[in-house]
Design a protein around this ligand. Structure first.
Ligand code: B12
Length: 319
């Protein structure tokens, strides 16, 4: 090895050490490979040839990776997938890698046995960045099993979808990735709130959840349905984009007492359309309540109910 080459490696290692704060939480090679969708062979080869990370070894010789090393590898994997050669980028520091990639990548360590919601969300989005849909699928399954519904809605799903929106807006994730994640979330939670009504002894009212025709954003009503179920209410989830006439039939057929309409930011420009929609719904029987959730383009006056956010809605259904 030439003197110059040796010097550049040791300079690089020093720089890497400076980049790396002490972190007690460590991860195995197989975890990193699953997260980044790469083979152990590839990571070992990169380490051997380019020293792009220097994982610690356990007593049994197994490699262990820190939070910073995973973030670093994550940039390297993403950049090589974009066509950069590993030999050109292996020695770049974090700011240089970020600049080249153009997007922020961040891996968050588990703070304890139970991952914090922030860490879970950050890691789900990292898996999405690497198109590792299997990990997302697995994680959603385990969240569904282990986290109580209300916490799941407010601490995990709502911030996850909102963070996804920010990342797509900043071009950190593509529309394809937005679709992939939203389909996975829907497929996991549809089964919880499927078309069949949830009957409960507690139920006094029967709800219908939908969105007006042209409104395809359905997470507001999906999360509202999970909250209704958690509170033992009876409801029918009809999904998004329902014409007013069809909603009138549904109310009659399902004999529901409250209709919940969810509206996204995108619907703010649909004032005239929504006024017309509500006009058609004036044919509902007088005892039927109408609840608008989210961003309404027009002022909602009594007797209609308006909940701008899910927290207010949750307080209302808990009464
Ligand atoms: C996921 C998503 C999609 C998915 C929807 C998938 C699905 N099946 O739902 C897909 C890819 C289909 C999509 C399509 C489009 N989208 Co979109 N989408 C989003 C995204 C990322 C999340 C929206 C969401 O579901 N949030 C979850 C809800 C629960 O959170 P929230 O909206 O913040 O809601 C809060 C309150 O409003 C309220 N609330 C909302 N709903 C309800 C319901 C009830 C009952 C209650 C009580 C409360 C409530 O509670 C929440 C807080 O507690 C947002 C980003 C964002 N910043 O919102 C863009 C966003 C809404 N989309 C946008 C756009 C432009 C579109 C498209 C026009 C894109 C296109 N060119 O095709 C289409 C329009 C489709 C249509 N006609 O409806 C824009 C709207 C911009 C604007 N200000 O007008 C946004 C803001 C993205 C952006 N920054 O540009 N989208």
């Amino acid at each position: 090895m030439s003197k110059r080459w040796r010097y550049s490696i040791s300079k690089y290692k020093l720089r890497q050490k400076l980049d790396m704060k002490k972190s007690e939480i460590i991860y195995s090679l197989s975890f990193v490979c699953r997260l980044l969708n790469v083979s152990p062979h590839l990571l070992r080869a990169w380490e051997k040839r380019y020293q792009c990370v220097t994982p610690q070894r356990k007593a049994n010789g197994r490699r262990t990776y820190s939070e910073q090393e995973i973030t670093r590898l994550s940039y390297l994997v993403a950049l090589t997938q974009q066509g950069h050669s590993i030999s050109d980028i292996a020695r770049l520091n974090f700011p240089e890698l970020k600049k080249l990639h153009g997007k922020e990548i961040n891996f968050q360590a588990k703070k304890s046995q139970n991952e914090t919601p922030k860490a879970t969300i950050s890691n789900l989005l990292l898996a999405l960045e690497h198109y590792n849909l299997e990990i997302i699928d697995h994680e959603l399954k385990s969240l569904k099993k282990t986290i109580p519904s209300t916490e799941l809605v407010f601490d995990y799903l709502l911030p996850l979808i909102q963070k996804l929106g920010e990342k797509v807006y900043k071009n950190d994730l593509g529309i394809d990735q937005e679709h992939a994640l939203t389909i996975l979330i829907r497929s996991h939670f549809y089964s919880e709130i499927s078309q069949t009504s949830h009957k409960s002894e507690r139920a006094q009212k029967r709800f219908i959840l939908t969105t007006p025709e042209g409104e395809f954003h359905e997470f507001g009503i999906l999360l509202a349905a999970i909250l209704l179920k958690a509170q033992g209410h009876e409801f029918h989830y009809l999904g998004p984009n329902l014409p007013a006439k069809a909603l009138l039939y549904a109310q009659e057929g399902l004999k529901s007492h409250t209709i919940i309409l969810g509206l996204s930011l995108n619907y703010l420009k649909e004032g005239d359309k929504f006024a017309q929609y509500l006009k058609e719904l004036s044919k509902l029987p007088p005892h039927v309540e109408l609840l608008i959730g989210g961003h309404s383009p027009i002022k909602i006056l009594p007797p209609y109910i308006h909940h701008k956010n899910l927290k207010d809605f949750y307080r209302w259904i808990k009464k």
